[in-house]
Design a protein around this ligand. Structure first.
Ligand code: SAM
Ligand code: 2KA
Ligand code: SF4
Ligand code: MG
Length: 223
């Protein structure tokens, strides 16, 4: 007689760099008390990345452990970020689990990975990486075809050349008709007042934003 060994599947888990509670510092949810779930690992290397500490390390956590920690803060808004969240196999299931638990969920993603299968209840914040990021060639342009009104399209700008490139793309691809568009300066690289003046001069249909959490607490993890 042969014995067939069956293995119990492991509960779903993801690699996590940090979970913390702060004010949302970006997007149209800026200022809302929010729990941040930062997933470890990213296949991109944007020159300005403020979250490079999430490229490696982290801790493998079960969905139950993540949901328990998120619930402990008593907030209803959750932002899943990274690293690049969509680079992890189980991130789609995690986003679904957070929505099922009743949270208002947003996802910060680089634009380099397919967003199609993200739960429809999630607000997808999709970066379009600029020439100045050094990662333009990773952009998955098909993502723009599936943007829905609850999503947001975001440009993080290094300099005037990036601004002009983004301004042109805004027009040629009619991006503002798809979803709100965000223009954000790279922290301590492009002067926010310069970007503000350019947006006003050109009357662009975009929301200029600065990273509120860095103004409040500086450029550091956990805020
Ligand atoms: C750290 S990334 C994580 C999510 C995903 N990998 C991405 O790039 O969208 C979150 C957001 O922070 C932005 N960001 C990273 N470094 C920045 C910096 N130095 N100044 C302004 N925004 C920055 C990214 O462009 C992205 O919109
Ligand atoms: N307060 C705060 N707001 C944020 N919004 C997006 C963030 C990110 O790193 O993706 C972030 C962050 O790191 N902190
Ligand atoms: S894609 Fe996001 S996490 Fe990855 S290097 Fe760029 S800004 Fe950093
Ligand atoms: Mg951040």
């Amino acid at each position: 007689m042969t014995t067939i060994m069956t293995q119990t599947p492991l509960p779903p888990s993801v690699r996590i760099t940090e979970i913390f509670f702060s004010l949302q510092g970006e997007t149209s949810r800026m200022g809302l008390p929010t729990v941040f779930v930062r997933l470890t690992g990213c296949p991109l290397r944007c020159g300005y990345c403020d979250s490079a500490y999430a490229f490696h390390g982290g801790q493998t956590l079960s969905f139950d452990a993540i949901l328990e920690q998120v619930a402990s803060y008593g907030a209803r808004t959750v932002c899943v970020t990274g690293g690049e969240p969509l680079a992890q196999k189980h991130s789609l299931a995690l986003l679904r689990a957070l929505c099922d638990a009743g949270y208002d969920v947003s996802l910060e993603t680089s634009g380099a990975l397919a967003i199609d299968d993200v739960d429809a209840r999630v607000s997808r914040i999709v970066d379009i990486k600029t020439p100045g990021s050094g990662e333009l060639d990773k952009m998955r342009w098909e993502n723009l075809d599936v943007i829905k009104p609850g999503d947001e399209i975001k440009f993080v700008l290094v300099d005037r050349a990036d601004y002009e490139w983004a301004r042109d793309l805004l027009q040629t691809r009619q991006l503002a008709a798809k979803a709100p568009v965000l223009f954000s300066p790279v922290w301590e690289t492009l002067k926010p007042t310069d970007l503000a003046d350019w947006v006003i001069q050109d009357k662009l249909p975009v929301r200029m934003q600065v990273q509120l959490h860095k103004i409040l607490w500086g450029d550091r993890p956990g805020v």
